[in-house]
Structure formats: structure tokens, C-alpha cells
Design a protein around this ligand. Sequence first.
Ligand SMILES: C[S@@+](CC[C@H](N)C(=O)[O-])C[C@H]1O[C@@H](n2cnc3c(N)ncnc32)[C@H](O)[C@@H]1O
Length: 208
Amino acid sequence: MSLERLRELCELNEIDLFEKEYKKFERYRELLKKWGKRINITSILSDKEIEEKHFFDSLLGLKAFKLYGFDYHNKLLGDVGSGGGFPGVPLAITIQNSTFDLIESRHKRCVFLEQVKRELELPNVKVLCTRVESIDRNYDMLLMRAVEDPIEAIKITKHLLEKGAILCIYRGKERFSQEIPNYIIEEISFEVKGIKLRRHFLFIKSAK
Ligand SMILES: C[S@@+](CC[C@H](N)C(=O)[O-])C[C@H]1O[C@@H](n2cnc3c(N)ncnc32)[C@H](O)[C@@H]1O
């Protein structure tokens, strides 16, 4: 059976995927392995690592949204600095009734993302090849993964947060306990089964 690690982790953590969705992940992995190194999208290229550190990690957002109380159906989400498509593409594969803008400033990465959209047949995905600072849309939620500094993340998305978007930052292992004036920050943490990891997410809203 292919995608064994992804299947194992999803099962352990009660994330249900359909067989046709696993097929899309399989094609996505092939594309990442073919193009990832060439256009510097990811240094993680073993099957198991892609499944665990990119696919499954992105899908953990589903758990975080539920714990935060965000109903992710029929919404507009923006993946800011999408890179190779994380977390936007795995989420778009599984939440088909919501729309995902993959916002990425580097042209080569956008070409890759367009190919992923085409080959995985994802009509709910749009690639926006620009800097997030120049975007003016009413998002329900913005997603950011692999972010060094939440304060910097707020700085570049401020105009969208002021229009009502909630910013969800995939934090990894580290907690963030700082307060930021004019923003309401909620941290959601949970144990991940099968990895022995406690995962932190930040949900940030403008207080205005
Ligand atoms: C650290 S990578 C993260 C990639 C991906 N989200 C992940 O988790 O693997 C950050 C990405 O954001 C893009 N980026 C940086 N600043 C940006 C901006 N202001 N607007 C849009 N994209 C940006 C970079 O080109 C890069 O692909």
C-alpha cells in the first residue's frame, strides 16, 4: 500500500481521507520529488518525510481549526508564502467546498503550484503570484507555515486582518507567549499521536 506513513498518521489522529484524495497526494509527491530540488522548494525528499513533514503536518490544521472553533467549510482561505504548496494544497485536497489562494511571490514556485493545481485537478485553488502586501481580498482565514516571527507575519498581513481575516500560524514545537497590542492571540496546542510531539498553532485576530 502506498503512502503508508500518511495513512498511519491520519488514522492515529482521526483525520479521515477518501481513497481518491490519497491518489492526489501520491501524484503531488511525485511532482515534489521531480521538481522540489530543481527549484529549491524543499530539501525533504524521501517518501516518508514528505508524507510526515509536509502532507500530514499541513493536515494538522484541520484539528487546530476544530479546536479553535473555526468551521472551515465554504470559506475563502489564503496560504501566505505557500512555497511548494504547504499547507494550502493538502488542505485544498481535503476541503473541497472552500477556496484556497496560494499566495507566493517567487515566479518559479508559482509555475510549480500552477502545475500542481492542473495535475491534481483542484478547481478550488488559485495561484496568486505576488506579494501578500499587494492583495486586497476578504479572507476568512490566512495560513502561514514555517514562519520565523509572528510579529513579522502580522506586519505583512495587517491590511487583511483589519478586513476581518483570522491569521493561523503553524508554530511547530515552540510556544509563543508574547502579547501584541491591538491583536487577540489564542494558542491551540495538542498532542500528535505517532510522532510524540506537542504541536502549537496561533490564531490571531485584529482587535479593531
Ligand atoms: C519559509 S517558506 C515557507 C513555504 C511553505 N509555506 C512551507 O511551509 O513549506 C516562505 C515562502 O514565502 C514566500 N514569501 C516570502 N515573503 C512573501 C510575501 N511578502 N508575499 C508572498 N510570498 C512571500 C517565499 O518566496 C517562500 O516561498
